[in-house]
Design a protein. Structure first.
Length: 217
């Protein structure tokens, strides 16, 4: 097991925040702690900040997601935010879409070990599922700039579906740069929202955009 010096480990406020999802999220933390670095899923320096920088950061998208329906986590990687979303939205089908085999193997192991029966792991690229995989929401974290993300994510969304992307300090600039691409794919006005989780953890910037019209490009 990797050394865990994360100051949030064992903090009851974290457990309270996750509520009913706590057993699955805590189990996911343990798996990342045990195998994340070894399997190339997280960097060595991330071990001591899994809770604040990764798990709580992932949870910040959840209030912007539907409580039922299909959510696609685009480029799921280690399972951030997709596994956290699946734990916190148990009534949704959560598709973890990831092109790399070693990562889909990991995601399958995680879903099985944590008992997340609402998870579907699919090894594929976004452009290869367009027209087949239709979602009520798409999530993305550290996948691509927003103009590229629009091209990958918006074709998956039904009319009224929402893209929720975790972004950094340049979120507002990315929104401006991607405006024309979003319009081509039927997107409405993108909102940049500061999404807090617990006291002492830096809030997350979330870009939220609804696909108002499907089938345009």
């Amino acid at each position: 097991m990797a050394a865990d010096k994360d100051p949030l480990t064992g903090d009851p406020v974290v457990q309270q925040f996750f509520g009913d999802a706590w057993p699955a999220v805590n189990g996911f933390h343990s798996m990342l702690l045990d195998e994340g670095v070894l399997r190339g899923l997280v960097g060595p320096r991330e071990v001591s900040r899994l809770w604040g920088r990764h798990l709580l950061n992932s949870a910040a998208v959840v209030p912007f997601l539907p409580e039922r329906g299909r959510i696609v986590d685009l480029g799921s990687g280690a399972g951030l935010p997709g596994v956290v979303v699946a734990a916190m939205r148990p009534q949704c089908e959560v598709v973890l879409l990831e092109p790399m085999e070693r990562r889909t193997d990991w995601l399958t192991e995680v879903a099985e070990r944590l008992g997340l029966d609402n998870v579907v792991v699919e090894r594929n690229r976004a452009q290869d599922v367009h027209g087949r995989l239709i979602a009520d929401a798409v999530t993305a974290r550290a996948v691509a700039s927003l103009d590229k993300l629009y091209r990958m994510a918006l074709p998956m969304l039904r009319a009224g579906g929402v893209l929720v992307a975790l972004k950094g300090e340049k979120a507002e600039q990315e929104v401006q740069d991607a405006k024309s691409i979003g319009k081509k794919w039927g997107a409405g006005v993108a909102q940049v929202v500061v999404a807090p989780t617990i006291a002492g953890v830096e809030p997350t910037r979330v870009v939220r955009v609804v696909r108002e019209v499907a089938g345009v490009r």
